[in-house]
Design a protein around this ligand. Structure first.
Ligand code: AKB
Length: 314
């Protein structure tokens, strides 16, 4: 049975991943860590305060619990990284390097997410291949490509079992994301329920890949359980469930809330990041090598998001 340490456990992915992992591997097998404890973090189960830039502290927690798997999620997202590029480099790269070193020392398997942000304006825009041009123009993207390469290096040089996914925007109703370019696709559902309208900072017609949280969690777990010998790629697999733009979400929301209104006030910084990312990535390698399969499309996800948020805001 795996013994797993999760960094960034209070974040959007971390909160839900820890709960899911605890269902599968038992509560005591999953050690949640973050620089702060989120109010949504379940009271039960091991939790440790951890600043991932502190290598000694990371080592001590991993060693104390004798973990064999590290899921390293702590990082700044794209918009925050653009506002604070030095901090983004220090946290995204410093934290990952520490996680890799701890994994090497304690012989742990390591998962860390990459992103569609690892692509740039010279990457093919549609059906973006698994292996292609990666010259991102945002600090977030620079840190994500570097992270992919660093993970490859630790696998090839030291045999660390590193694995990763290039995540698109992740849509969920439990913990909101913070500081990302794709956050609009979560906010739109919250505002649809709370106000019946949303003002998008991303322009009409801007396509980006997205995935619903249950599919994202399943992808992490399936990849980590996959037979190593079947993986031709490791860091990191393209995964996407849908390529969508704001009007498409609005049209789907209107099937449930007919009076829903969508307006635009474009944020030039986040729009520029979105414009530098692909419209639609190709997940074939993930499907072929470890059976990636997204169950939620826009229609099914919208129905669930609105149902859950209506209960949350009732
Ligand atoms: C962001 O928008 O920064 C993230 C991502 C796609 O990596 N959601």
């Amino acid at each position: 049975m795996k013994k797993i340490m999760v960094t960034g456990a209070s974040g959007q992915i971390g909160t839900e991943l820890v709960s899911r992992l605890r269902q599968i591997y038992n509560t005591d097998q999953v050690i949640a860590t973050d620089i702060k404890k989120a109010s949504t973090q379940g009271a039960s189960g091991p939790f440790e305060i951890l600043d991932v830039t502190n290598s000694q502290a990371m080592y001590e927690i991993a060693n104390k619990y004798q973990v064999d798997t590290i899921i390293h999620l702590a990082a700044l997202l794209s918009a925050t990284s653009e506002a604070k590029p030095l901090l983004a480099w220090e946290l995204n790269m410093g934290g990952l390097l520490n996680a890799l070193e701890v994994s090497k020392t304690l012989n742990c398997q390591l998962f860390t997410p990459s992103s569609i942000g690892a692509f740039g304006p010279t990457t093919p825009n549609n059906n973006t291949p698994q292996e292609t041009i990666q010259r991102p123009t945002s600090m977030y993207g620079v840190s994500k490509v570097s992270g992919e390469l660093l993970c490859d290096y630790y696998y090839n040089k030291f045999g660390v079992d590193t694995r990763g996914l290039r995540f698109p925007g992740i849509i969920s109703y439990i913990t909101p994301p913070g500081g990302g370019t794709t956050d609009y696709a979560v906010e739109i559902y919250y505002d649809a329920i709370a106000k019946g309208s949303y003002t998008s900072y991303i322009s009409q017609g801007t396509f980006m890949d997205m995935i619903y949280m249950p599919d994202a969690l399943e992808a992490i777990i399936t990849l980590m359980e996959a037979d190593s010998s079947k993986l031709k790629h490791r860091n990191a697999f393209n995964v996407s469930a849908m390529s969508i733009e704001p009007e498409m979400i609005a049209a789907e929301i209107r099937k449930h809330i007919p009076h829903f209104k969508l307006a635009y006030q474009v944020d030039p910084v986040r729009q520029a990041i979105a414009d530098s990312w692909p419209n639609a990535i190709d997940s074939t390698a993930a499907k072929e090598e470890w059976g990636f399969n997204a169950e939620y499309n826009l229609e099914k996800m919208t129905k669930e998001m609105l149902a859950h948020l209506s209960i949350k805001f009732a």
